[in-house]
Design a protein around this ligand. Sequence first.
Ligand code: ATP
Length: 313
Amino acid sequence: MSSIISIRNLGKTYASGFKALDSVDLEIRKGEILALLGPNGAGKTTLISIVCGIVNPTEGTVVADGHDIVRDYRAARSRIGLVPQELSTDAFETVWATVRFSRGLFGKPRDDAHLEKVLRDLSLWDKRDSKIMTLSGGMKRRVLIAKALAHEPAILFLDEPTAGVDVELRRDMWALVRQLRESGVTIILTTHYIEEAEEMADRIGVIDKGRLLLVEDKHVLMRKLGRKQLSLTLHAPLDAVPEALASLPLELADEGRTLVYTFDSQTEETGIAGLLRRLGELGIEFKDLHSSESSLEEIFVELVHTGRQEARA
Ligand SMILES: Nc1ncnc2c1ncn2[C@@H]1O[C@H](COP(=O)(O)OP(=O)(O)OP(=O)(O)O)[C@@H](O)[C@H]1O
């Protein structure tokens, strides 16, 4: 798949001297949904703001759909739609006037049929003559998306699209984002919600303290870094893991009633057969067993943790 955005060695040091981004390299593929995951202050909004021309980079380059975002700003920007975290203005405007104005900002000729389609797709058509301030929070968010799509961008950035929205609206937003991707739009979203990245993304980028720790296909990431656990519910609780099993990755949980075996999900040899044989030899019986995989959340916490340790080293 070809790249639609190339980010090379991108760095940002704010006037305060704070380095918000450090040597970020990232190729965003045409037609993908990329989720940027990171804790507060990681640099996600800074990265988006640079690509959208709101913040100037101090180092590096960004090329969006063939246009350098600094040298060729207007052309680059016209290819991009940005859905910011909050709707700050336009309270007294109607939905229709707002989206029409947004399209005009990019010098695009008037195209009422396109705007109608956008509003219909977002279930806002019936509200086209309503003033924005009269809309519900969920509808206001949809207006933000409609504004971002008014000029037919090839790339859509969504900054925390579902922060603070209820579960139902979140699901609606996800469906909408998928639909947009189907129509060929490349989507980059930032989120704090691991579930959102897990649900939506084709690839996941993890960013922390201005550094992009990794970018990986979601399934590969989960396979590569995920661990599996086998939990055995014992007949009789144990005080400690028996000496004879000390070399194995075993832990006791649930006050000695459960023996937990952790193994790498990538390896071919899980070692489970050997474990069960040795338990049999030691006369340790179990009444139930189940396996589980580490969630993206666990992987993420681990990544950020080791990333910080490496940065300190
Ligand atoms: N104009 C500015 N001047 C100085 N520091 C700034 C400025 N804007 C942002 N920062 C700092 O840069 C860091 C990254 O901020 P950014 O908003 O990019 O993070 P984020 O990952 O989007 O966080 P959040 O998830 O909280 O929105 C933060 O420590 C922030 O305080």
